[in-house]
Design a protein around this ligand. Structure first.
Ligand code: ATP
Ligand code: MG
Length: 255
């Protein structure tokens, strides 16, 4: 049965989407059957995989609002990757918050949809928006665990207490089995002392599991989405590709 991992941090631009795209692709490369669901109205995961955001197909919006069956929103073999399917998103999702008011058990909407297809996947990866909104709550309610990307910069820990509080709240009220999968450092710059200091500081102050893999700042990771490809296909030998492969191996080992 598919292990569902929500990639969440209400801070913007910390590497959630980059991690969702490349972790999912590297899990697929390692032979796992993966579904990635874009739960952000920005649709960066959708465009990062080369898909259009014009709304010509069913998206996660129709799934969450129970307007279509989840099976009819799945796009198979995205970027021609055999083991990887996706559910896309677009700006319509920004209205879901309000539209959900009319739905019974709205916190469980995504969870009950995912239940129908869980058996078909080894991993289901959820890319969350930069907020602790009803969309993020839906993702955390549907998930087995939350993986938190942390950018190696001065304000790294800011907001983390609130995020952990939200995880605990969801755990208490909606999803008793939810776990904090761990935090992963992103955009590590080995040329500066700051990155190193941030890593040391977070290690000293955080009780949660921290992944051994640290994602370096790598220009190839920033370029890949404009080609509609994950890093392992865009530049297979780059440091970005190597590090996301290592993260995927850690996630697989961390059962
Ligand atoms: N390791 C990295 N090396 C270089 N650039 C990176 C790296 N990780 C992310 N970026 C770039 O940083 C920017 C923010 O990354 P990303 O979109 O993954 O963050 P996010 O947390 O999903 O943002 P949002 O909160 O808006 O959804 C993007 O332009 C991305 O290409
Ligand atoms: Mg994003």
């Amino acid at each position: 049965m598919g292990r569902t991992i929500a990639i969440a941090n209400q801070k913007g631009g910390v590497g959630k989407t980059t991690t969702a795209i490349n972790l999912s692709a590297c899990l697929a490369e390692a032979g796992q059957k993966v579904l990635i669901i874009d739960i952000d109205p920005q649709g960066n995961t959708t465009s990062g995989y080369g898909l259009s955001k014009d709304g010509s197909s069913n998206t996660v919006y129709e799934v969450i609002l129970q307007e279509c069956n989840i099976k009819d929103a799945i796009i198979k073999n995205v970027a021609d990757i055999e083991n990887l399917d996706i559910i896309s998103s677009n700006v319509n999702l920004a209205g879901a918050e309000i539209d959900l008011i009319d739905i019974d058990n709205r916190e469980y909407s995504l969870k009950s949809a995912i239940k129908e297809i869980r058996d078909e996947y080894d991993y289901i990866i959820l890319d969350c928006p930069p907020s602790l909104s009803m969309l993020t709550v839906n993702a955390m309610t549907a998930a087995d665990s939350v993986l938190v990307p942390i950018q190696c910069e001065y304000y790294a820990l800011e907001g983390l207490t609130q995020l952990i509080h939200t995880v605990n709240l969801v755990k208490k009220k909606l999803n008793p089995d939810l776990k904090l999968e761990g935090v992963v450092f992103t955009m590590y710059d080995s040329r500066t002392n700051l990155s190193l200091q941030v890593v040391e500081n977070v290690k000293d102050n955080l009780q949660e599991n921290i992944y051994k893999t640290i994602i370096p700042r790598n220009i190839r990771l920033a370029e890949a989405p404009s080609h509609g490809l994950p890093i392992n296909l865009y530049d297979s030998k780059s440091s970005g590709a190597e590090s996301y492969r290592m993260l995927a191996a850690e996630v697989i080992a961390n059962k």
